[in-house]
Design a protein around this ligand. Structure first.
Ligand code: ASP
Length: 440
């Protein structure tokens, strides 16, 4: 091997894993544009195969990690008062972040009117091929809000486990863990068992992260190559509004939250969770990213007590990015169809989006399905808007990548604030520049 080649390899191995993943992400976008699926179907297959390997591997650890994290977290919090205090704070901060998200979404959507531009594209035959898919989605959505909440209580936790249904699993494990913390010393064998499970799954997560760069490359390349650049005609503004909204969360809302409620540096937090953010972007799934979200926060000194309580719940319940996208999407649809809305209806849309987003699973595309819930809430059906809906559908993966990144990072913002308030953070580790050395 030539000397230059050796230097290049040494450099590539030497740079931090964050940069590997970032390079995978950029290369994925470039290759996705260069090899559109309709012209290069084989390349698309390879991209998605590579991406799927990573997704499968990371999903493999989600359930054991979430269960063990919650058991350890709650049994280590122990006393009820502290648990209730953390719980209340968590709900309050998640609510503030989501209210900010839907407010930004409603303001931007009303001000920039992304739907107007799409009006000329609303012709009945555009959506012909997609109408079947949309109809299927609406069918899935027919269970009402009450049913959705009922489904959260698992009749058989092992059945939910086998389906990988995160919300019922988390609810069962929460109840089980509180019970464990109430039965005294007798809980030791179970808690020790889950401590071992947790440590081992964290190790496996570390190994899986070696696949992150090619995995993110494959996932991003396959989504970009499947939607193609032409998608931006007609809905470019819709995407832009979402992009601006999500950016505002990152540069205004999260920093403000951290500044108001803690003494955590936003830059340090962002640098700590970069890997999780990039994996969220690539996978478009908060649940699949969860092992990494926990790893990033714990490695940077946020106590496992807080991480294991706040992050799994956040990954399923706190979806500020999704709530914002749902608000903008419904405004987009109503504008595209020339339906004018009074301010009260816009507020209603925002409120419904908050509820709909928190019922949505942390998996790709879940937020699009729950848009139907928001539309129903204001008396419209997706059937009436099938053409407009097809735009949302076509663009969904792209907006999903953005909203999932916000969903995940906002979880870490709340975890950091609660950890700061409870003195459950190792500031030396958190503020150190050295910590990344062990990441490669
Ligand atoms: N994909 C998002 C997530 O996992 C949910 C959504 O579709 O909005 O957080």
């Amino acid at each position: 091997m030539g000397f230059h080649m050796q230097i290049l390899i040494a450099l590539l191995l030497g740079i931090k894993r964050n940069w590997h993943i970032f390079a995978g992400l950029i290369l994925g976008i470039v290759c996705g544009i260069l090899f559109p699926q309709d012209k290069f179907p084989f390349a698309h297959q390879i991209f998605s195969f590579v991406g799927q390997i990573f997704i499968n591997a990371i999903q493999m650890v989600v359930i054991p990690l979430v269960i063990s994290a919650i058991v350890i977290g709650i049994s280590s919090i122990g006393d009820n008062k502290q648990l209730a205090k953390f719980g209340k704070k968590m709900i309050l901060y998640y609510a503030i972040i989501t209210v900010a998200a839907v407010t930004i979404g409603a303001l931007l959507g009303t001000w920039l009117q992304p739907g107007i531009q799409a009006r000329e594209f609303i012709s009945p035959d555009v959506a012909q091929e997609l109408s079947g898919v949309v109809a299927g989605m609406i069918n899935d959505q027919h269970s009402h809000l009450a049913q959705i909440f009922l489904n959260l209580i698992p009749k058989n936790p092992f059945y939910s486990l086998s389906l990988g249904d995160m919300v019922p699993i988390i609810i069962f494990v929460l109840i089980f863990s509180v019970a464990l913390s109430k039965i005294g010393e007798i809980n030791r064998p179970i808690v020790s068992f889950f401590e071992s499970v947790f440590a081992a799954t964290m190790k496996v997560t570390d190994w899986i992260m070696y696949l992150a760069a090619p995995g993110i490359f494959g996932l991003v390349a396959s989504s970009v190559s499947s939607f193609g650049v032409q998608i931006f005609h007609g809905v470019g503004k819709y995407f832009l509004v979402i992009f601006i909204g999500i950016m505002l969360q990152f540069v205004v809302v999260y920093p403000l939250m951290l500044k108001t409620f803690s003494k955590i540096s936003v830059i340090k937090l962002y640098s700590a969770v970069t890997e999780a953010a990039m994996v969220a972007f690539g996978t478009a799934s908060s649940s699949a990213t969860l092992p990494l979200t926990i790893t990033c926060c714990e490695k940077r000194g946020i106590s496992s007590k807080i991480c294991s309580f706040v992050l799994p719940l956040g990954a399923t319940l706190n979806m500020d990015g999704s709530a914002m996208v749902q608000t903008i999407a419904v405004l987009f649809l109503t504008q595209a169809y020339g339906i004018s809305l009074d301010p009260m209806t816009i507020i209603q849309i925002a409120l419904l989006a908050m509820v709909a987003s928190s019922t949505c699973a942390g998996i790709p595309g879940a937020g699009l399905i729950t848009i139907a819930l928001v539309l129903n809430g204001i008396g419209l059906t997706p059937e009436q808007m099938v053409t407009g809906f097809s735009f949302l559908f076509a663009l969904d993966r792209l907006t999903d990548m953005l909203r999932t990144t916000a969903n995940v990072v906002s979880d870490t913002v709340v975890a950091a604030i609660i950890a700061d308030g409870a003195n459950e953070i190792n500031y030396d580790l958190f503020n150190s520049d050295e910590f990344e050395k062990d990441l490669v």
